[in-house]
Design a protein around this ligand. Structure first.
Ligand SMILES: Cc1ncc(COP(=O)(O)O)c(C=O)c1O
Length: 409
């Protein structure tokens, strides 16, 4: 492996503390390069866009650069296919609102039981228009979504399937390319929530042929900001959310009503600069996109190591139920690892872990319907250790040592 963990950690000033951050699926640390970009924007061209004067032009160019970088992150065919917004939740709500006129009473939408509410609620809202919402269940033994089950639900009235790329509770990666083909073959569109996937693997909206794809930049080493990919032809069809005099052709601004957050959009570009640098260090000599892909290969390798270290500890405990794939760091898993311990309240365990300066989390993680279906909501849900590539084996060992003590208390 070529990942230089010291270099990696130096890029995240927030890691310079005695806390161990194992709540990265809640929010990751931010890259220094992102903060520098945001400062640069504020200090050198914090003016309103659209002016004829030079600094306003520079501000517009910076905003455009941010969008270009994020388009590289998604591997979007066109820069305008990237819509910025404050959160994935809002972007998905905007999407359903701007698609509402495309639905008739009796049309069907399929959502999954494994999704975060952000990619369920906006589609359930369409019930007000007479749209029928169906739930794609998971196999309760394997915690997986199966195409045979989707097949049973899809009809010629199905217009959209909304699915999570990696569950923020199960850690399971769904095969989005396969699902997208299945859905398209049956004449529907696919909307993917990639919030819990994007920090872990390279995104490729063209290869997977998805229609809509959302992610949160604050969980992907950036600021509190989010991006939604909308395939260009679909973007043209969407109803605009901006003023009436901005027509359907004002792309993508019609999906970004009001003034967008220029500084965070520009700042987020440094996420891609960082990944390009990691790819260069990994020996890639190709395009920026090639380097980004090489970076994610190294990131995955590091995550496999630390994920397996934790899973093997949890597997050895006979009081522990791992939620999701447990047999090892299967490539279909991200290191977002939730579990319950017999007779232990997840809230109390997390509070006890605070004393050891281990930041982890408990609850249903807003995958409320999934937690309800597993009957864990009433017991404070589960504990979740969510790691990313800057976490180390030593940190996992500190976590398991602390957990040993806490669970003995
Ligand atoms: C899988 C998943 N989807 C959506 C969201 C919501 O993201 P945002 O806070 O950007 O709305 C989260 C946040 O935890 C998540 O984990």
């Amino acid at each position: 492996m070529t990942l230089d963990i010291n270099y990696v950690r130096e890029q995240f000033p927030g890691l310079n503390t005695d806390w161990v951050f194992m709540d990265n699926a809640g929010g990751s640390q931010i890259l220094k390069g992102v903060v520098d970009n945001i400062n640069e924007y504020y200090y050198s061209h914090n003016v309103q866009l659209g002016g004829s004067y030079e600094i306003s032009q520079k501000a517009a160019a910076a905003y455009q650069k941010g969008r270009e970088n994020i388009a590289t992150f998604f591997n979007a065919a066109r820069t305008e296919e990237i819509v910025f917004g404050p959160s994935s939740t809002i972007l998905l709500q905007f999407l359903s609102k701007s698609m509402a006129s495309q639905f008739q009473a009796g049309d069907e939408v399929i959502v999954t039981i494994t999704d975060h509410e952000s990619n369920i609620g906006p589609w359930v809202w369409l019930e007000e228009k007479g749209v029928i919402v169906k739930f794609w269940p998971m196999n309760k033994e394997t915690y997986e979504l199966e195409l045979e089950e989707l097949d049973k639900l899809m009809t010629n009235k199905t217009k959209l399937v909304a699915v999570v790329h990696a569950s923020n509770l199960l850690g399971t990666i769904n095969n989005v390319k396969e699902i997208a083909k299945f859905v398209h073959d049956r004449g529907a569109k696919i909307c993917v929530d990639a919030v819990a996937y994007a920090p872990h693997r390279a995104v490729d909206v063209q290869d997977w042929d998805v229609d809509f794809y959302a992610l949160s930049l604050y969980k992907t080493f950036g600021p509190h900001h989010a991006a939604l990919y909308v395939r260009y032809d679909h973007l043209q069809e969407l109803d605009g959310l901006y003023h009436y005099f901005y027509g359907k052709d004002k792309i993508p601004a019609k999906m970004e009503p009001g003034n967008a957050n220029y500084e965070l959009s520009y700042g987020s570009g440094a996420i891609v600069d960082y990944l390009v640098e990691l790819g260069t260090q990994a020996g890639s000599t190709g395009s920026r996109r090639d380097k980004l892909v090489a970076a994610f290969d190294d990131i995955t390798e590091q995550e496999m190591l630390i994920g397996e270290r934790l899973l093997s500890y949890l597997r050895k405990r006979n009081d522990c139920t791992i939620i999701g794939i447990k047999d090892g760091m299967d490539p279909r898993r991200v290191p977002t690892i939730a579990f319950t311990i017999d007779g232990k309240d997840p809230e109390q365990v997390c509070i006890a872990m605070d004393k050891y300066k281990i930041a982890m989390r408990f609850g249903d993680f807003h995958a409320r319907r999934l937690a309800d279906s597993m009957d864990i909501s009433k017991d404070n849900g589960a504990m979740r250790v969510s790691m990313t590539h800057y976490n180390t084996i030593e940190e996992v060992d500190a976590l398991t040592a602390a957990l040993d003590k806490v669970l003995r208390e």
